[in-house]
Design a protein around this ligand. Structure first.
Ligand code: T3D
Length: 263
C-alpha cells in the first residue's frame, strides 16, 4: 500500500502535520494537495487541537511544486496554472491562515518555491541550521506564488524581497533569522525537540485569545491606525469575557500557575 503524502498525529492537543514525500523533497503533487487540504480542514475544525506543528519528512522541508506532475505541462496545451493556483496553492494558504490555533513550522531542510512560502504562511517559523530558503520560481520562468510576494516584503522589506525573488538565490536559515524572515534557527539535532516543546507550550496557553492576537496582527496590514485601535477594542472586549482571562487574573493574584482551557 502506498504511503500517505501527508501524515497527521495528534497528541497533547498538538496536531503534527508532516509532508511525506521525502524522496522528492516533499514537493507537491495534486494528490498531496488533496491530502494536505483535507488534513488542514480537519485540524482547523477539531476543537481539541490547540496548536499545529508543520514539518517535512527526510532531508527537505518542501521543494514546492513537483515539476514532474501533469499540472506542470509546458508548451502547446500547457496547463492553466491560474487554475491550479486557485484550486490548490491559494486554497491551502488561505486554509492555513484560517486556522485559529497557533501554527508552528519546523523547517527541517530546504524550503524552495511554494515550499518556502508555505513556511512563511505559518505563525512561528523555526528552522534547522542546515535548512535553506529559495524563491526558486524565477529559475524556471515562474512568478512567486503561495503568498510569497505578500509575505516577503512584509517580513524582510522591499529591497531584500525583490532581490530574493529576482535572483532565486538560496539563503541560509541563519540569514533568514538575521533578516527577520523566521523566528529562530536551531541546531539540527535540537529542531524537532524544541518545535514540539514550543507547540506543546502554545497548546497550554489561552488559545482562543492567541487566535484573537493572530487576527489582530494579520488584519493590521490592511488597517490604518484608527481601524486597528477599534479592532483591538473589540477583541479586548471579547477577551475580557473569556474563562481564560478570569483564570489568568485569578492565578496571578493567587501566585499560582494558570490552567488555561482555551475558552
Ligand atoms: O500552478 C502550479 O502548479 C505552479 C506552482 C508552482 C509553485 C512552485 O513551487 S514552482 C517552484 C518549484 N520548485 C523548484 O523549482 C525547486 C526544484 N528543486 C530544486 O531546485 C532542488 O531540488 C533543491 C534546491 C530544492 C534541492 O537540491 P538538492 O541538490 O538538495 O536535491 P536534488 O538532488 O535536486 O533533489 C532530490 C530529489 O528530489 C531529486 O530526485 P531524484 O533525482 O533523486 O529522483 C529531485 O529530482 C527531486 N526534486 C526536488 N525538487 C523537486 C523534485 N522533484 C520534482 N519536483 C521538484 N520540485
Amino acid at each position: 500500500m502506498s504511503q500517505p503524502a501527508v501524515t497527521l498525529a495528534i497528541s497533547d492537543a498538538v496536531a503534527t502535520v508532516t509532508l511525506n514525500r521525502p524522496d522528492k523533497l516533499n514537493s507537491f503533487t495534486e494528490t498531496m494537495h488533496a491530502e494536505m487540504l483535507s488534513i488542514v480542514h480537519q485540524v482547523a475544525a477539531d476543537k481539541s487541537v490547540r496548536a499545529v506543528l508543520l514539518t517535512g519528512a527526510g532531508r527537505g522541508f518542501c521543494a514546492g511544486q513537483d515539476l514532474s506532475d501533469p499540472v506542470m505541462r509546458t508548451g502547446p496545451g500547457a496547463a492553466d496554472m491560474g487554475d491550479t493556483i486557485d484550486r490548490l496553492y491559494n486554497r491551502l494558504i488561505r486554509a492555513i491562515k484560517m486556522i485559529e490555533a497557533p501554527v508552528v513550522c519546523a523547517v527541517n531542510g530546504v524550503a524552495a518555491g511554494a515550499g518556502a512560502n508555505l513556511a512563511l504562511a505559518c505563525d512561528i517559523v523555526l528552522a534547522a541550521r542546515s535548512a535553506s530558503f529559495i524563491q526558486a520560481f524565477c529559475k524556471i520562468g515562474l512568478v512567486p506564488d503561495s503568498g510569497g510576494t505578500w509575505f516577503l516584503p512584509r517580513l524582510v522589506g522591499g529591497p531584500r524581497a525583490m532581490a530574493l525573488s529576482l535572483l532565486g538565490e538560496k539563503i541560509s536559515a541563519e540569514q533568514a533569522q538575521a533578516w527577520g524572515m523566521i523566528w529562530k534557527c536551531l541546531d539540527d539535532d535540537k529542531l524537532m525537540t524544541e518545535a514540539h516543546a514550543l507547540a506543546k507550550h502554545l497548546a497550554s496557553q489561552p488559545t482562543k485569545i492567541l487566535g484573537m492576537i493572530k487576527k489582530a496582527l494579520n488584519e493590521s496590514w490592511a488597517n490604518d491606525l484608527d481601524r486597528q485601535l477599534d479592532l483591538e477594542r473589540d477583541l479586548q472586549r471579547e477577551a475580557s469575557q473569556s474563562a481564560d482571562y478570569a483564570e489568568g487574573v485569578a492565578a496571578f493574584m493567587a501566585k499560582r500557575a494558570p490552567h488555561f482551557s482555551g475558552n
